[in-house]
Design a protein around this ligand. Structure first.
Ligand code: CA
Length: 222
């Protein structure tokens, strides 16, 4: 998994980076909210967010993400150990909460739990688009839309990251599990299928092309 660690204490950041890298993850550490915000659109599979950061409370970042519909699994790290703050952490949209100091094994267990359940809601709603994740059903404006399995996976990947521009390479990796396009522009072809089903007879369009970069699902056009 690609993991972004937002932690200002270098010792802890280094410890997490080493430990999680040894577990086979790709890990990057940033020391504050400002630098985290510049990196959030990069398709992370997990965020580890310290609460007491030099430029604010990590929980605010989680709240902002959730408000934008971003469901990236998130674990808050904190030195504070008070029940009301734990509750606040979960209410703020974090999937779990770990009090420092913690054992690395404990962190791994929590990571396993939140990424298994994917931090994911059972449905995603963006404007009048509704995606029932468990039932793999999609509708717009109350009208059911039939998608193939691949189309569904592609739509889901974009919809789980609303407002984030996703490159073709990233989509190939995530949806087709390959880094190599066999020269067929398969991503573009499937995006056009999706548009024909999801956007064409409805409005306003949700799937947008960002020329030279990739695709984004969002309610406003670019
Ligand atoms: Ca801190």
């Amino acid at each position: 998994m690609r993991i972004l660690v937002i932690e200002d204490e270098r010792r802890i950041g280094g410890f997490l980076q080493r430990g999680l890298t040894e577990e086979g993850h790709r890990v990057e550490v940033v020391p504050d909210l400002a630098s985290a915000r510049t990196r959030l659109g990069e398709g992370w599979d997990l965020l580890l967010v310290d609460r007491m950061l030099p430029d604010g409370d990590g929980l605010q970042l989680v709240r902002d993400l959730r408000r934008d519909g971003d469901r990236t699994p998130t674990i808050c790290l904190t030195a504070r150990d008070r029940v009301d703050e734990r509750v606040e952490g979960l209410v703020g949209g974090a999937d779990d909460y770990l009090v420092k100091p913690f054992a690395f094994e404990e962190l791994l267990a929590r990571i396993g739990a939140v990424t298994r359940r994917g931090g994911a809601p059972e449905r995603i709603e963006i404007a009048d688009l509704v995606i029932d994740l468990a039932g793999r059903r999609v509708s717009r404006a109350g009208t059911e839309i039939k998608l193939t399995a691949r189309e569904f996976d592609l739509l889901r990947y974009l919809a789980e990251r609303p407002g984030r521009v996703i490159s073709r390479t990233r989509l190939l990796e995530a949806v087709w599990d390959t880094t190599h396009d066999p020269g067929t522009n398969v991503v573009d072809v499937y995006v056009s299928y999706l548009r024909a089903k999801v956007d064409k007879d409805f409005g306003p369009p949700l799937i947008h092309t960002v020329r030279g970069v990739g695709y984004v699902l969002e309610t406003e056009g670019r």
